[in-house]
Design a protein around this ligand. Structure first.
Ligand code: NAD
Length: 342
């Protein structure tokens, strides 16, 4: 995969498209980023033949089918995804079915552009698959495109990225290089995010955060994830909770759950955060960012906790501590109420 990273790098998009032999590009975005995507399509000039602006969280298959109809009718030969994980997901879903080349232009810290993973939803169920077919050929990281990411979304998107690095540090297949990258990523994001929340236009902090997110994406794509990601997949897939805020709320609790099972990872997470304790350090960072601390405030119903426990315990991901139903229930009750991690 090819990566272009910097400030103002979007200027290289036409050249990168031509490098991949693209001449009839469909630009993808969410409805909220339609204007930004239209500007980018305009920069591509005659290389762009259309804009599809209906990308949606959790990559619903019916939206993918709508996009595929446009791909076919316009005889598209490549896609450019401008946006966060939702838009990158749509590009991946199109590539899975057509083998078309993709250029990802990420504007959040989700990291999907670095992974061979695609999560799709159909009839309310989330199915995750892993195949190199969905990995974008090229990613263009342009710091200037992240300046418009609102502080609240920057905070939760950054915590979502940190979650990838945290779980990489205690992943079953962890390795020294990915651990090094994960620790560096947590350090960069923990430093940058409070500055961004105070001043979203601080270019140095935005640069650090995008660098951290890139590292986190590599970690996510390289080693398997554990309990935290399983819980978030259940909460997002079955209860439709928003992706990044869910990661933000659950992370300190999942880390507390795993603390005794992964002491070395805990030491490294705490050190990267500049905190004494990994779980508490993550909770304090979220609080400092003004991010949501409870599942209740992001739309979960208390009555759904029991079903979430059952689903999380079924087909668990490998985890440093075995899954115990009573402890999982306590974890979700604490996260629901926004209590400090225990
Ligand atoms: P998102 O893509 O849904 O973006 C959140 C909102 O912010 C959207 O309205 C978007 O248009 C807006 N936005 C994005 N960048 C902006 C900017 N620079 N300025 C202004 N507004 C901007 O959210 P996300 O958290 O990036 O992605 C979540 C989705 O990505 C989920 O579906 C999740 O499952 C998926 N994901 C997949 C992977 C993977 O490896 N497959 C990894 C991470 C996330």
């Amino acid at each position: 995969m090819r990566v272009v990273f910097g400030d103002g790098t979007l200027a290289q998009l036409p050249e990168e498209a031509e490098r991949l032999g693209m001449g009839r590009i469909l630009v993808l975005s969410t409805p909220e980023q339609k204007d930004q995507a239209a500007d980018i399509a305009a920069r591509l000039g005659t290389l762009a033949v259309g804009l599809f602006d209906r990308a949606t969280m959790h990559t619903p298959v019916d939206i993918t089918e709508q996009a595929l109809a446009v791909v076919q009718s316009l005889n598209v030969d490549g896609v450019v995804s401008v946006g966060g994980g939702s838009t990158t997901g749509l590009g991946k879903a199109i590539a899975l079915r057509t083998d078309l080349p993709q250029i990802a232009v990420p504007t959040t810290y989700a990291g999907s552009e670095m992974t061979p993973i695609l999560g799709e939803t159909k009839n309310g169920e989330k199915i995750t698959l892993r195949t190199p077919k969905v990995l974008p050929e090229t990613t263009i990281y342009d710091v200037s495109l992240t300046l418009s990411l609102p502080p609240a979304i920057s905070a939760t998107s950054g915590m979502n990225a940190i979650a990838h690095a945290v779980e990489a540090l205690y992943a079953e297949e962890r390795n020294p290089i990915i651990s090094l990258m994960a620790e560096e990523a947590i350090k960069a994001l923990a430093k940058a995010l409070p500055i961004i929340v105070a001043d979203p236009h601080d270019r140095d902090a935005r640069h650090q955060a995008l660098y951290g997110a890139w590292l986190c994406g590599i970690a996510l794509g390289s080693v398997g994830m554990a309990l935290h990601h399983k819980l978030c997949h259940v909460l997002g897939g079955s209860f439709n909770l928003p992706h990044a805020p869910t990661h933000t709320v659950v992370l300190p609790h999942a880390v507390a759950y795993n603390a005794a099972g992964a002491p070395e990872a805990m030491r490294r997470i705490a050190s990267a955060l500049g905190a004494e304790n990994a779980a508490q350090g993550l909770y304090d960072l979220s609080r400092r960012l003004g991010a949501p601390l409870s599942l209740a405030e992001i739309g979960m119903r208390e009555a759904d906790i029991e079903q979430a426990v059952t689903q999380a315990a079924a087909r668990p991901y490998p985890n440093p501590r075995p899954l115990e139903t009573a402890a999982l229930r306590r974890l979700l009750q604490n996260a629901f109420a926004g209590k400090p991690p225990q």
